[in-house]
Design a protein around this ligand. Structure first.
Ligand code: ATP
Ligand code: MG
Length: 255
C-alpha cells in the first residue's frame, strides 16, 4: 500500500488558480522531491498536506485513510527556519516535546542527537550564536524528532550560501539511512533534487501540475556521481519548460 496518496488537488488563492489537479503517490521510506520554479506552488502543496490550507478539490490519504485538516501524519519544516531567538538551541529543538508534554523524554532524545546533527556543545547556546547551517540543522533536528511518519522539508537549505548548502546536502545523503523516514523535499535546485531523491516530481505550467517524474535508482551517491548526471539535468529541464508531453513522462536514468 502507498504511504501517501494525493489525488486531484486543485487550489486557488483569491480566485487565481495555483494548482490544477495535482496528484502523486509516495511509498513508505521513499525520498521524493517536488521540483519547480519559484512561485509554482510547492509550498502551497505542503501547506495543504499539513492542513494549514484546504484545497477546493482533491483528496489526501495516508496508509489508505483520508486525512482532513490539521493532522499528525506530517512533521513540517517550514521554508524559513523558525527558531525562537530567546530560547536556547536545546529548548528550540524540544519544542514539540513541550507541546506534547513529555519533556524529559524529548530532552534525552534531543541530546543524543546533537552530535549526529553536528550540534554537539551548542545545547545551551542561543540561535544567534550559531552559523546559518547550524540553525538549519537545529530546525531539521526539531522536525526529525517529531513523531510523525512523513517529513515535509520546504527548501531546508535554500537560505544558505552555495558551499554550506553543498555541505548540508552531503550530510543529508549520509544521514538518509539513519533517518529512515519517508521524506518529501521541496526545492527549486535541480542538483539538490538529483543528489538526494529516489524520485523527482516536476511541477510545471501555470496553474501548476505534475509535468514529469524521474526515478533515480543509484544507491552509492557522491559529488563525482552528481557531476556526471548531465543527461538527467537535460531531461529535467525539458520537463520544467514543458518540452516533454506528460503522456510519456516516465523517464528512467538508464532509459
Ligand atoms: N497568501 C497568499 N495569498 C495570495 N497568493 C499567494 C499566497 N501565498 C502564495 N501565493 C501565490 O501562490 C503562488 C504559489 O506560491 P508558493 O509559495 O506555493 O510557491 P513556491 O513554489 O513555494 O515558490 P518558492 O520556490 O519561491 O518558495 C505564487 O504565485 C504566490 O504569489
Ligand atoms: Mg516555497
Amino acid at each position: 500500500m502507498m504511504k501517501l496518496k494525493v489525488e486531484n488537488l486543485t487550489f486557488s488563492y483569491e480566485g487565481r488558480k495555483i494548482l490544477d489537479q495535482v496528484g502523486f503517490c509516495v511509498k513508505d521510506g521513499e525520498f521524493v522531491s517536488l521540483l519547480g520554479p519559484s512561485g509554482s506552488g510547492k509550498s502551497t502543496i505542503l501547506k495543504i498536506l499539513t492542513g494549514v490550507l484546504a484545497p477546493q478539490e482533491g483528496r489526501v490519504a495516508a496508509d489508505g485513510k483520508e486525512i482532513r485538516g490539521v493532522n499528525q501524519v506530517f512533521a513540517y519544516m517550514p521554508q524559513n527556519d523558525l527558531l525562537f531567538p530567546w530560547k536556547t538551541v536545546l529548548e528550540n529543538v524540544c519544542l514539540y516535546g513541550y507541546v506534547h508534554g513529555n519533556l524529559e523524554e524529548a530532552r534525552r532524545e534531543a541530546r543524543e542527537n546533537f552530535p549526529v546533527f553536528g550540534l554537539a556543545g551548542y545545547e545551551d547556546k542561543y540561535p544567534s550564536q550559531l552559523s546559518g547551517g547550524m540553525r538549519q540543522r537545529a530546525a531539521f533536528l526539531r522536525t526529525a524528532l517529531c513523531r510523525a511518519d512523513i517529513l515535509l522539508l520546504d527548501e531546508p537549505f535554500g537560505a544558505l550560501d552555495v558551499i554550506t548548502r553543498g555541505e548540508m546536502q552531503d550530510w543529508l545523503v549520509k544521514m538518509r539511512k539513519r533517518l529512515n523516514r519517508t521524506v518529501i523535499l521541496v526545492t527549486h535546485d535541480m542538483d539538490e533534487a538529483i543528489y538526494l531523491s529516489d524520485r523527482i516530481l516536476i511541477l510545471n505550467g501555470s496553474p501548476a501540475k505534475i509535468g514529469g517524474e524521474i526515478v533515480i535508482e543509484e544507491k552509492d551517491r557522491g559529488r563525482e556521481w552528481l557531476y556526471d548526471q548531465g543527461r538527467l539535468r537535460r531531461t529535467i529541464h525539458q520537463y520544467i519548460t514543458g518540452g516533454i508531453s506528460p503522456d510519456n513522462s516516465k523517464e528512467r536514468e538508464d532509459g
